[in-house]
Design a protein around this ligand. Structure first.
Ligand code: KG4
Ligand code: ZN
Length: 348
Protein backbone atom coordinates (compact mmCIF):
# COMPACT_ATOMS: atom_id res chain seq x y z
CA UNK A 1 0.00 0.00 0.00
CA UNK A 2 1.07 3.52 -0.71
CA UNK A 3 2.30 5.28 2.42
CA UNK A 4 2.20 9.05 2.62
CA UNK A 5 3.98 11.07 5.25
CA UNK A 6 2.29 14.30 6.30
CA UNK A 7 3.49 17.15 8.46
CA UNK A 8 0.50 18.73 10.24
CA UNK A 9 0.50 22.37 11.41
CA UNK A 10 -2.19 23.62 13.80
CA UNK A 11 -2.47 27.19 15.14
CA UNK A 12 -6.20 27.98 15.05
CA UNK A 13 -6.56 28.96 18.70
CA UNK A 14 -4.24 28.76 21.70
CA UNK A 15 -2.36 25.54 21.02
CA UNK A 16 0.66 25.50 18.74
CA UNK A 17 0.97 21.99 17.38
CA UNK A 18 3.03 20.02 14.88
CA UNK A 19 2.74 16.35 14.03
CA UNK A 20 4.18 13.78 11.68
CA UNK A 21 1.65 11.21 10.56
CA UNK A 22 2.03 8.28 8.21
CA UNK A 23 -1.16 7.61 6.30
CA UNK A 24 -2.23 4.84 3.97
CA UNK A 25 -5.22 2.81 2.85
CA UNK A 26 -7.13 5.66 1.21
CA UNK A 27 -10.82 6.28 1.77
CA UNK A 28 -11.65 2.58 1.94
CA UNK A 29 -9.32 1.35 4.64
CA UNK A 30 -7.50 4.33 6.13
CA UNK A 31 -4.75 3.69 8.65
CA UNK A 32 -2.64 6.19 10.48
CA UNK A 33 0.60 5.91 12.38
CA UNK A 34 1.48 8.85 14.59
CA UNK A 35 5.24 9.36 14.45
CA UNK A 36 5.35 12.73 16.25
CA UNK A 37 2.72 14.62 18.19
CA UNK A 38 3.75 17.85 19.89
CA UNK A 39 1.45 20.46 21.40
CA UNK A 40 2.62 23.67 23.06
CA UNK A 41 -0.18 25.12 25.13
CA UNK A 42 -0.48 28.86 25.69
CA UNK A 43 -2.75 28.52 28.72
CA UNK A 44 -0.44 30.43 31.04
CA UNK A 45 -0.21 33.40 28.65
CA UNK A 46 -3.98 33.81 28.27
CA UNK A 47 -5.01 32.86 31.80
CA UNK A 48 -4.72 36.40 33.28
CA UNK A 49 -7.16 37.62 30.58
CA UNK A 50 -9.73 34.88 31.25
CA UNK A 51 -9.79 33.89 27.58
CA UNK A 52 -7.72 33.76 24.40
CA UNK A 53 -6.35 37.10 23.14
CA UNK A 54 -5.97 36.69 19.34
CA UNK A 55 -2.87 38.83 18.82
CA UNK A 56 -1.12 37.33 21.81
CA UNK A 57 -1.96 33.89 20.43
CA UNK A 58 -0.37 34.86 17.11
CA UNK A 59 2.78 36.13 18.82
CA UNK A 60 3.10 32.91 20.79
CA UNK A 61 2.56 30.75 17.69
CA UNK A 62 5.31 32.65 15.89
CA UNK A 63 7.60 32.05 18.86
CA UNK A 64 6.65 28.37 19.35
CA UNK A 65 6.58 27.10 15.77
CA UNK A 66 10.36 27.17 15.19
CA UNK A 67 10.91 25.52 18.59
CA UNK A 68 8.49 22.69 17.85
CA UNK A 69 9.99 22.37 14.38
CA UNK A 70 13.45 21.81 15.88
CA UNK A 71 12.06 19.22 18.26
CA UNK A 72 10.78 17.22 15.31
CA UNK A 73 13.53 17.82 12.79
CA UNK A 74 16.59 18.00 15.06
CA UNK A 75 19.94 18.87 13.57
CA UNK A 76 20.49 19.59 9.89
CA UNK A 77 21.52 16.09 8.84
CA UNK A 78 18.39 14.56 10.31
CA UNK A 79 16.32 17.44 8.97
CA UNK A 80 17.37 16.83 5.37
CA UNK A 81 16.79 13.09 5.65
CA UNK A 82 13.34 13.59 7.12
CA UNK A 83 12.23 16.05 4.45
CA UNK A 84 13.13 13.44 1.82
CA UNK A 85 10.43 11.21 3.29
CA UNK A 86 7.72 13.85 3.73
CA UNK A 87 5.09 14.02 0.98
CA UNK A 88 3.07 17.06 2.03
CA UNK A 89 2.46 19.72 4.64
CA UNK A 90 -1.12 20.26 5.88
CA UNK A 91 -1.94 23.49 7.72
CA UNK A 92 -5.20 24.56 9.35
CA UNK A 93 -6.84 27.37 7.34
CA UNK A 94 -10.01 27.63 9.46
CA UNK A 95 -12.16 27.98 11.40
CA UNK A 96 -10.40 29.82 14.21
CA UNK A 97 -8.85 33.13 15.17
CA UNK A 98 -7.56 34.70 11.98
CA UNK A 99 -4.32 36.20 13.34
CA UNK A 100 -3.53 32.82 14.90
CA UNK A 101 -4.39 30.92 11.71
CA UNK A 102 -2.14 33.19 9.66
CA UNK A 103 0.85 32.33 11.83
CA UNK A 104 0.56 28.64 10.90
CA UNK A 105 -0.28 29.28 7.25
CA UNK A 106 2.71 31.58 6.73
CA UNK A 107 4.98 29.12 8.51
CA UNK A 108 3.76 26.30 6.27
CA UNK A 109 4.20 28.45 3.16
CA UNK A 110 7.82 29.10 4.11
CA UNK A 111 8.37 25.35 4.49
CA UNK A 112 6.76 24.70 1.12
CA UNK A 113 9.07 27.21 -0.51
CA UNK A 114 12.20 25.96 1.21
CA UNK A 115 11.48 22.25 0.78
CA UNK A 116 9.43 22.17 -2.41
CA UNK A 117 6.58 20.11 -0.94
CA UNK A 118 2.85 20.15 -1.58
CA UNK A 119 0.96 22.42 0.83
CA UNK A 120 -2.62 21.49 1.71
CA UNK A 121 -5.18 23.66 3.46
CA UNK A 122 -6.96 21.70 6.20
CA UNK A 123 -10.34 22.30 7.84
CA UNK A 124 -10.00 22.16 11.62
CA UNK A 125 -13.52 20.74 12.05
CA UNK A 126 -12.81 17.95 9.58
CA UNK A 127 -9.74 17.22 11.68
CA UNK A 128 -11.94 16.82 14.76
CA UNK A 129 -14.44 14.68 12.84
CA UNK A 130 -11.77 12.30 11.50
CA UNK A 131 -9.97 11.93 14.83
CA UNK A 132 -11.89 8.72 15.64
CA UNK A 133 -9.74 6.98 13.03
CA UNK A 134 -6.55 7.53 15.00
CA UNK A 135 -4.89 4.63 16.76
CA UNK A 136 -6.23 4.15 20.25
CA UNK A 137 -5.62 2.12 23.35
CA UNK A 138 -6.86 -1.43 23.16
CA UNK A 139 -8.17 -1.08 19.67
CA UNK A 140 -5.58 -0.10 17.16
CA UNK A 141 -7.62 0.87 14.14
CA UNK A 142 -11.17 0.95 12.85
CA UNK A 143 -10.69 -2.08 10.65
CA UNK A 144 -13.72 -1.72 8.50
CA UNK A 145 -15.07 1.76 7.81
CA UNK A 146 -18.10 0.27 6.13
CA UNK A 147 -19.33 -0.80 9.55
CA UNK A 148 -19.23 2.83 10.68
CA UNK A 149 -21.47 4.56 8.13
CA UNK A 150 -23.98 6.06 8.06
CA UNK A 151 -23.08 7.73 11.35
CA UNK A 152 -24.13 10.62 13.52
CA UNK A 153 -21.20 12.84 14.50
CA UNK A 154 -21.26 15.21 17.43
CA UNK A 155 -18.51 17.84 17.33
CA UNK A 156 -18.20 19.69 20.63
CA UNK A 157 -15.46 22.26 21.15
CA UNK A 158 -14.80 25.75 22.45
CA UNK A 159 -16.15 27.31 19.27
CA UNK A 160 -18.60 24.70 17.91
CA UNK A 161 -21.45 22.37 18.77
CA UNK A 162 -22.51 20.56 15.62
CA UNK A 163 -24.50 17.44 14.79
CA UNK A 164 -23.76 15.86 11.42
CA UNK A 165 -25.27 13.04 9.45
CA UNK A 166 -22.19 11.38 8.01
CA UNK A 167 -22.70 9.20 4.98
CA UNK A 168 -19.07 8.31 4.38
CA UNK A 169 -15.56 9.67 4.87
CA UNK A 170 -16.32 11.91 1.90
CA UNK A 171 -19.76 13.31 2.59
CA UNK A 172 -21.97 14.61 5.38
CA UNK A 173 -24.78 17.00 6.09
CA UNK A 174 -25.15 19.40 8.99
CA UNK A 175 -28.31 18.54 10.93
CA UNK A 176 -27.94 21.28 13.51
CA UNK A 177 -25.60 23.46 15.52
CA UNK A 178 -25.63 25.90 18.39
CA UNK A 179 -27.58 29.11 17.97
CA UNK A 180 -25.49 30.96 20.53
CA UNK A 181 -22.65 29.68 22.75
CA UNK A 182 -20.74 26.51 21.98
CA UNK A 183 -20.90 23.93 24.75
CA UNK A 184 -17.17 24.30 25.51
CA UNK A 185 -17.68 28.04 25.77
CA UNK A 186 -20.52 27.43 28.27
CA UNK A 187 -18.21 25.18 30.33
CA UNK A 188 -15.54 27.90 30.25
CA UNK A 189 -17.97 30.69 31.22
CA UNK A 190 -19.60 28.73 34.04
CA UNK A 191 -16.15 27.73 35.29
CA UNK A 192 -15.30 31.40 35.45
CA UNK A 193 -18.45 32.12 37.47
CA UNK A 194 -17.27 29.42 39.86
CA UNK A 195 -13.90 31.12 40.20
CA UNK A 196 -11.97 28.50 38.21
CA UNK A 197 -9.06 29.47 35.97
CA UNK A 198 -9.15 29.47 32.16
CA UNK A 199 -9.71 27.13 30.31
CA UNK A 200 -12.49 26.11 32.60
CA UNK A 201 -13.82 22.93 30.96
CA UNK A 202 -11.37 20.44 32.47
CA UNK A 203 -11.28 22.34 35.80
CA UNK A 204 -15.08 22.29 36.02
CA UNK A 205 -15.10 18.57 35.31
CA UNK A 206 -12.68 18.02 38.19
CA UNK A 207 -14.79 20.11 40.56
CA UNK A 208 -18.02 18.40 39.45
CA UNK A 209 -16.65 14.97 40.39
CA UNK A 210 -17.13 15.82 44.07
CA UNK A 211 -20.61 17.33 43.70
CA UNK A 212 -24.18 16.07 43.40
CA UNK A 213 -25.48 16.32 39.81
CA UNK A 214 -29.08 16.14 41.03
CA UNK A 215 -28.71 18.96 43.57
CA UNK A 216 -29.98 21.74 41.30
CA UNK A 217 -32.30 21.33 38.36
CA UNK A 218 -30.91 23.61 35.69
CA UNK A 219 -32.81 23.89 32.39
CA UNK A 220 -32.06 21.53 29.49
CA UNK A 221 -32.36 24.10 26.67
CA UNK A 222 -33.91 22.79 23.46
CA UNK A 223 -33.61 19.19 24.63
CA UNK A 224 -37.11 18.45 23.36
CA UNK A 225 -37.19 20.70 20.31
CA UNK A 226 -37.82 18.88 17.05
CA UNK A 227 -34.69 20.19 15.37
CA UNK A 228 -31.04 19.39 16.03
CA UNK A 229 -29.98 22.87 17.09
CA UNK A 230 -28.57 23.72 20.49
CA UNK A 231 -28.57 26.74 22.77
CA UNK A 232 -26.29 27.02 25.78
CA UNK A 233 -26.32 30.69 26.71
CA UNK A 234 -29.59 30.35 28.68
CA UNK A 235 -28.12 27.53 30.76
CA UNK A 236 -25.09 29.67 31.55
CA UNK A 237 -27.40 32.55 32.58
CA UNK A 238 -29.39 30.20 34.85
CA UNK A 239 -26.16 29.32 36.63
CA UNK A 240 -25.35 33.03 36.96
CA UNK A 241 -28.76 33.77 38.55
CA UNK A 242 -28.59 30.72 40.77
CA UNK A 243 -25.23 31.81 42.16
CA UNK A 244 -26.51 35.36 42.64
CA UNK A 245 -29.61 34.17 44.51
CA UNK A 246 -27.85 31.41 46.48
CA UNK A 247 -24.52 32.85 47.58
CA UNK A 248 -24.04 29.97 50.01
CA UNK A 249 -24.57 27.24 47.38
CA UNK A 250 -21.96 24.47 47.27
CA UNK A 251 -19.89 25.15 44.18
CA UNK A 252 -19.25 21.47 43.64
CA UNK A 253 -23.01 20.88 43.34
CA UNK A 254 -23.43 23.81 40.94
CA UNK A 255 -20.60 22.42 38.78
CA UNK A 256 -22.00 18.87 38.82
CA UNK A 257 -25.58 20.00 38.09
CA UNK A 258 -24.52 22.30 35.26
CA UNK A 259 -22.36 19.58 33.71
CA UNK A 260 -25.21 17.07 33.92
CA UNK A 261 -27.66 19.51 32.28
CA UNK A 262 -25.30 20.27 29.37
CA UNK A 263 -24.46 16.60 28.82
CA UNK A 264 -28.10 15.51 29.02
CA UNK A 265 -28.94 17.81 26.10
CA UNK A 266 -25.98 16.63 23.99
CA UNK A 267 -26.77 12.97 24.60
CA UNK A 268 -30.54 13.32 24.07
CA UNK A 269 -30.16 15.01 20.69
CA UNK A 270 -27.44 12.69 19.48
CA UNK A 271 -29.43 9.58 20.39
CA UNK A 272 -32.58 11.00 18.78
CA UNK A 273 -30.63 11.63 15.57
CA UNK A 274 -29.23 8.09 15.64
CA UNK A 275 -32.74 6.68 15.92
CA UNK A 276 -34.28 8.95 13.30
CA UNK A 277 -31.56 8.30 10.74
CA UNK A 278 -30.99 4.66 11.75
CA UNK A 279 -27.25 5.06 11.82
CA UNK A 280 -24.70 2.38 12.61
CA UNK A 281 -22.58 4.55 14.87
CA UNK A 282 -22.08 7.72 16.84
CA UNK A 283 -18.82 9.62 16.47
CA UNK A 284 -17.80 12.02 19.23
CA UNK A 285 -15.06 14.62 18.81
CA UNK A 286 -13.75 18.06 19.77
CA UNK A 287 -12.25 19.34 23.02
CA UNK A 288 -15.36 18.66 25.13
CA UNK A 289 -15.19 15.01 24.03
CA UNK A 290 -12.32 14.75 26.53
CA UNK A 291 -15.00 15.04 29.26
CA UNK A 292 -15.25 11.66 31.00
CA UNK A 293 -18.91 11.96 31.94
CA UNK A 294 -19.91 12.79 28.37
CA UNK A 295 -17.92 9.80 27.08
CA UNK A 296 -19.48 7.56 29.71
CA UNK A 297 -23.08 8.69 29.15
CA UNK A 298 -22.89 8.59 25.37
CA UNK A 299 -21.14 5.22 25.63
CA UNK A 300 -23.96 3.81 27.77
CA UNK A 301 -26.76 5.17 25.62
CA UNK A 302 -25.22 4.01 22.33
CA UNK A 303 -24.75 0.53 23.79
CA UNK A 304 -28.45 0.44 24.62
CA UNK A 305 -29.26 1.50 21.06
CA UNK A 306 -26.85 -1.14 19.75
CA UNK A 307 -24.83 1.32 17.71
CA UNK A 308 -21.06 1.69 17.69
CA UNK A 309 -19.59 4.49 19.78
CA UNK A 310 -16.44 5.97 18.29
CA UNK A 311 -14.22 8.46 20.05
CA UNK A 312 -10.46 8.95 19.97
CA UNK A 313 -8.14 8.97 22.94
CA UNK A 314 -8.56 12.23 24.87
CA UNK A 315 -5.19 13.53 23.67
CA UNK A 316 -6.60 13.75 20.12
CA UNK A 317 -9.88 15.38 21.21
CA UNK A 318 -8.36 18.68 22.20
CA UNK A 319 -6.60 20.67 19.50
CA UNK A 320 -3.63 18.92 17.92
CA UNK A 321 -1.82 18.65 14.61
CA UNK A 322 -2.25 14.89 14.16
CA UNK A 323 -5.89 15.41 13.21
CA UNK A 324 -4.82 18.19 10.83
CA UNK A 325 -2.43 15.84 9.02
CA UNK A 326 -5.32 13.36 8.76
CA UNK A 327 -7.69 16.08 7.45
CA UNK A 328 -5.01 17.01 4.89
CA UNK A 329 -4.70 13.39 3.73
CA UNK A 330 -8.46 13.12 3.20
CA UNK A 331 -8.68 16.56 1.55
CA UNK A 332 -6.26 15.28 -1.11
CA UNK A 333 -8.23 12.05 -1.57
CA UNK A 334 -11.53 13.95 -1.76
CA UNK A 335 -9.97 16.49 -4.15
CA UNK A 336 -11.13 19.19 -1.76
CA UNK A 337 -9.02 22.32 -2.09
CA UNK A 338 -9.15 25.00 0.57
CA UNK A 339 -7.71 28.44 -0.10
CA UNK A 340 -4.39 28.95 1.64
CA UNK A 341 -5.62 31.91 3.64
CA UNK A 342 -7.14 32.31 7.09
CA UNK A 343 -10.88 31.61 7.07
CA UNK A 344 -12.13 32.36 10.56
CA UNK A 345 -15.71 31.22 9.93
CA UNK A 346 -15.11 28.15 7.80
CA UNK A 347 -17.73 25.49 8.55
CA UNK A 348 -17.87 21.78 7.90
O1 KG4 B 1 -11.32 21.45 20.36
P1 KG4 B 1 -10.72 22.36 21.36
O2 KG4 B 1 -9.40 21.98 21.98
O3 KG4 B 1 -10.55 23.79 20.76
C1 KG4 B 1 -11.49 24.35 19.90
O4 KG4 B 1 -11.46 23.99 18.71
O5 KG4 B 1 -12.32 25.11 20.43
O6 KG4 B 1 -11.82 22.57 22.51
C2 KG4 B 1 -11.55 23.38 23.61
C3 KG4 B 1 -12.78 23.40 24.49
C4 KG4 B 1 -12.68 24.41 25.64
O7 KG4 B 1 -13.89 25.10 25.74
C5 KG4 B 1 -12.44 23.51 26.84
O8 KG4 B 1 -12.89 24.06 28.06
C6 KG4 B 1 -13.24 22.28 26.45
O9 KG4 B 1 -12.98 22.11 25.09
N1 KG4 B 1 -12.82 21.10 27.22
C7 KG4 B 1 -13.61 20.48 28.12
C8 KG4 B 1 -12.83 19.42 28.66
N2 KG4 B 1 -11.59 19.47 28.07
C9 KG4 B 1 -11.62 20.50 27.20
N3 KG4 B 1 -14.87 20.69 28.48
C10 KG4 B 1 -15.40 19.86 29.42
N4 KG4 B 1 -14.71 18.86 29.99
C11 KG4 B 1 -13.44 18.60 29.66
N5 KG4 B 1 -12.76 17.61 30.22
ZN1 ZN C 1 -10.72 22.40 18.02
Amino acid sequence: MNHKLFLGVETSCDETALALVEANGGLRAPKFKVLKHIVASQIKIHRPFGGVVPNLAKREHLKNLPILYRKIFGVEKKEIALWKKIDAVAATVGPGLEPALWAGIEFAKTLRQARGKQLIGANHLEGHLYSFLLPQKGQLYIKNVERVFPAIALIVSGGHTIILYVESLKGWERLGETRDDAVGEAFDKVARLLGLPYPGGPELEKMARKGNPEAISFPRPMADSKDYDFSFSGLKTSVLYYLRDNPKARKIDVAASFQKAAIDVLVAKTIRATREFRTKSVILSGGVAANKLLRKKLGERTRKEKVLFLVSDAKYNTDNAVMIAVAGYFAVLRKKKYKLSAQGNLNI
